[in-house]
Design a protein around this ligand. Sequence first.
Ligand code: SF4
Length: 323
Amino acid sequence: MKALLSVKDLRVNFYTSAGIVKAVDGISFEIAKKEIFALVGESGCGKSTTALAIMRLVPYPGKIVGGKILFKNKNLLEATGEEMTQIRGKEISMIFQNPLTSLNPVYRVGHQVAEAIVLDNIPKRKAWKKVIELFKNVKIPDAEERAYSYPHELSGGMRQRVMIGMMISREPSLIIADEPTTALDVTIQAQIIKLLSELRDTLETSILLITHDFGVVAELADRIAVMYAGKIVEMGNVYQIFENPLHPYTGMLIDALPRITKKEGRLEEIPGSVPNLINPPSGCRFHPRCPLKKEVCSTEEPSLVEVERGHFVACHLYGGGKA
Ligand code: SF4
């Protein structure tokens, strides 16, 4: 697989008054051209921090303290501030959960998208034409008219389409979509998922999907990495993860998915909560919540091992060994 993005042993700490939070603790993964790769896990597992680290936008008091982020073979951690400004938006763009916080309430949405396009030295009139074309591409009905709307005049789904239009306006090679459907209702979610999938095919872009929602992952992703407490605990293609989940945490996340075929009325829930990363549990970080834990689990940290081609797991049940 020729990687467009290769994250190697990435580490991000937050230096808080209560202590050092190791939010991302040595994770590695690759994303190929045209691939949709999902980072999945509960809130606080480090997935959004990973996305911000790729953009070099980790907020204070956070700091990238180790690893490499190779994008088109260039280590972004060594790029200058000016180089990163060029890369953000042009080469890598990011779609956030709530488009209202990313759109300026006092400007018409079409003008906001045109502003991004003129950065590529495209004359204003041409940029406006491109805005309309983009709005049609992201399936905004009455695109010419909607381009003159203010953000508050559009529904949540339409605003997310505007944001996606803005993010693809400079034809990035990689889109980072951080919980892109979480704030939307179910029908609109399905439309946005379909749109992202179509854009991958038409624009040949890669997508890093950040989500807590295994349902979205099942619809969209080619490959998946499951994160827990700052680490990747399982990684594989969508079939390996859904048909043969190996890590107990992955299995529990999948069991928590609502299914039409489920006979019982109640959804499974994962007992306990994500650990405090200032002082994480010893050994396997999941052991306080794991129904299958063994003695070794609380003392030795399992390393990520490949159990079948392309399918990795960090668990002593599969010979995780010492990390
Ligand atoms: Fe559970 Fe042990 Fe595997 Fe951790 S290493 S997931 S505690 S069985």
